[in-house]
Design a protein around this ligand. Structure first.
Ligand SMILES: C[S@@+](CC[C@H](N)C(=O)[O-])C[C@H]1O[C@@H](n2cnc3c(N)ncnc32)[C@H](O)[C@@H]1O
Length: 243
């Protein structure tokens, strides 16, 4: 199992309590290995949940983070950031991904961990929303649950006990690295700078599944158990906006 040097410093209970998807801090650490973040940069953290990734970005890179989320209120996140003395470096914003209160080209970088698939797994979100917010030459970093290979409209036999046909739209938010790369490249707006599957993705996802089962009653463990053909994985990619 990879040793995540930067993430290891953070309190494990704090991470467990505030994590909302497969280890967002580790995924972000992987993504950041392929980004060049500098102190003072303005970074959008879209779908930040309870702000673990925003805290990591502020502390590790000295950037100013706009911690933006739909399900978690700005006040709840503000309290958390304030308790850590980060309230001047992380700005909590409650907003929906298609209605963000930011100027075009406002950010030096935009990241989204364990969240982008909810709104961005289509041809339109990048050109119409996400890319507009980032400066020319600015950076993007995404990590999310995904697939080792595309489903091509069919639920694999091994998954039929846990995935129903009527859930197909939800399932199509899980995509392969190749799908993300070609969807972003065909926009003509960005160059992909790195992409791949997260090392030990299933172990990381199983760890989250245990927490999610205890805390939220989620059935990710059943999904992973059923997936005998190893479709499920965690994917990441980074990109730079064209000049
Ligand atoms: C699985 S949680 C992950 C949160 C956090 N990044 C983490 O890993 O702990 C997904 C997050 O995406 C956010 N999200 C989903 N759909 C959204 C939308 N349409 N606009 C803004 N945020 C959205 C939710 O509010 C939620 O906090």
């Amino acid at each position: 199992m990879k040793w995540y040097i930067k993430s290891q410093k953070y309190d494990k209970n704090f991470i467990r309590e505030n994590m909302m998807g497969p280890n967002s801090m580790w995924l972000l650490e992987d993504v950041c290995e392929n980004l060049d973040l500098k102190p003072g940069m303005r970074v959008l953290d879209l779908g930040c949940g309870k702000g673990l990734t925003s805290i990591f970005l502020a502390k590790e890179f000295g950037v100013t983070v706009y911690a933006t989320d739909l399900w978690i209120s700005a006040t709840e996140n503000y309290e958390r950031f304030k308790a850590l003395g980060l309230e001047y470096q992380i700005i909590p914003i409650h907003a929906e991904a298609h209605n963000l209160p930011y100027a075009d080209e406002y950010f030096d970088a935009a990241i989204s961990i364990d969240s982008y698939h909810y709104f961005g797994a289509n041809d339109t979100y990048l050109p119409e929303y996400f890319a507009r917010l980032v400066k020319r030459g600015g950076q993007f970093g995404i990590a999310a649950p995904g697939l080792t290979k595309e489903l091509n409209g069919k639920i694999p036999d091994s998954m039929k006990s846990v995935w129903k046909e009527e859930q197909m739209d939800d399932l199509l938010t899980f995509r392969s690295v190749g799908w993300w790369k070609s969807t972003w490249e065909k926009s003509g707006l960005v160059d992909i700078t790195s992409c791949g599957e997260i090392e030990d993705a299933r172990t990381i996802w199983y760890d989250w599944a245990k927490i999610a089962r205890e805390r939220l009653g989620f059935n990710d463990d059943e999904l992973l158990d059923a997936d005998k053909d190893n479709y499920l994985t965690l994917v990441y990619f980074t990109a730079v906006k064209n000049d």
